[in-house]
Design a protein around this ligand. Structure first.
Ligand SMILES: Cc1ncc(COP(=O)(O)O)c(C=O)c1O
Length: 391
């Protein structure tokens, strides 16, 4: 299921946008947006076909299809040890939109929210777009470094309302330990903060690291947590724009529904995408297991290959199919190195710009390795050759 033979480059060149195959000139390998090169589980496609054959695409319920909400609740209860209730799960058109909805529901103008740095840009963007202020908390780019909770102390003010957790953490690939999460949870209780926990990467972890949700720790932490998840990373459904928000406090849920505009204008999230995501949850576990096995082996090839390149150093991610590469020894900044790799090596990567990941990403590039061994080996060779040309 996960070999060069299952990757259809012709289709990807037509369909894969967001800095990927459809947006780069022919011959360039895009290791950019975290979106697998592999087609999704066939059961997901079958579920869409089955629904479509009835030829009814009527409005769905504003708060989501019961079958999807139930499937999500079962998943949280059985796989994540989170006592979630279907009644407080809202399907939304993507995790990105989910983050925005939570910020809109929880933050007022002038409020402050804490975000890690480096981390995916979506948090800061949503906080600021909703009139609030993002306070950056630096975090080590070595995923095995213990997160120092005292770093949060100096960032708290009477206006701090929320802390944004990204677990596993894009782009570092850190999977937070239970004790780190407990400390973050207790910190949130002490300062009366809401925890926005983005767990879209929770399925992508590498043994021996295991994902723990902050919402599974205890009731006091859970009731102040709002969980966001999605299907773009784990199941290759980015274009279906489907995700979910789970709340554990009825007031949180009410404010989230309001902020989603589902009742006022949008009238719920895309029905076909909820059908597909339900099949992802209920029928494609075997596919996910095989995908993770493949990712484990390609992670090792990728990180070892990157560490062999002059001036590059890179930790093994504990989760996420991302390599976050320290390129400082090359003497180039990330934007210049990006250009060199793109123009000379014909490989597209994500430069560690402030706008993508925060200040802590300067001197780094990010590489997505959800592809085949052959494509990654070719990309590594091209990267190596183009770096050798600058030394
Ligand atoms: C941490 C994190 N959250 C959210 C998203 C966006 O997910 P979606 O495609 O569901 O909007 C991404 C995508 O890269 C991500 O890395």
């Amino acid at each position: 299921m996960f070999s060069i033979g299952t990757i259809n480059l012709e289709i990807l060149q037509k369909n894969a946008y967001n800095l990927r195959w459809a947006t780069v000139p022919e011959g360039v390998i895009p290791l950019t947006a975290a979106d697998p090169d592999y087609p999704c589980a066939p059961e997901i496609t079958e579920s869409i076909i089955k629904y479509a054959k009835d030829r009814y695409f009527s409005y769905g319920p504003t708060e989501g299809q019961p079958f999807f909400k139930e499937a999500m609740a079962c998943y949280f209860n059985n796989k994540r040890n989170i006592p979630a209730s279907a009644a407080f799960i809202l399907p939304v058109d993507s995790a990105a939109f989910g983050i925005d909805v939570v910020c809109r529901a929880q933050l007022e103008k002038g409020d402050e929210a804490i975000v890690f740095d480096p981390v995916d840009f979506l948090f800061k963007y949503a906080i600021e777009k909703n009139g609030a202020i993002a306070k950056s908390c630096p975090i080590s780019t070595d995923p095995s470094d213990y997160f120092d909770i005292t770093k949060l102390q100096s960032l708290v003010s009477p206006r701090t309302k929320m802390i944004c957790l990204c677990n596993p953490l894009n782009p570092i690939g850190k999977v937070f330990k239970r004790s780190e999460l407990q400390a973050i949870g207790e910190f949130a209780i002490e300062h009366d903060l809401t925890i926005l926990s983005d767990e879209i990467w929770s399925e992508i972890t590498f043994k021996p690291f295991e994902f723990v949700s902050i919402a599974s720790l205890d009731e006091k932490i859970r009731e102040r947590t709002i969980l966001v998840t999605g299907f773009s990373k784990s199941h290759g459904l980015a274009g279906l724009r489907i995700g979910a928000i789970a709340a554990f406090d009825p007031n949180h849920y009410k404010s989230i529904v309001e902020a989603s505009f589902h009742e006022s204008t949008i009238h719920g999230s895309n029905v076909l995408s909820q059908v597909a995501a339900t099949a992802a949850l209920n029928q494609s576990e075997y596919w996910l297991t095989a995908f993770k096995e493949h990712l484990h082996s390609i992670r090792d090839l990728t990180i070892n290959g990157l560490n062999a390149i002059n001036g590059f150093s890179c930790h093994f991610p504990q989760g996420c199919y991302l390599a976050f590469v320290n390129i400082k020894e090359t003497g180039l900044d990330s934007a210049t190195l990006y250009k060199q790799l793109y123009e000379v090596g014909k490989v597209a990567v994500v430069p560690g710009l402030v706008k993508w990941f925060g200040k802590g990403a300067e001197g780094y590039i990010r590489i997505s390795f959800a592809t085949s061994h052959e494509i990654m080996a070719e990309a590594l060779e091209r990267i190596n050759n183009s770096i050798n040309q600058i030394h």
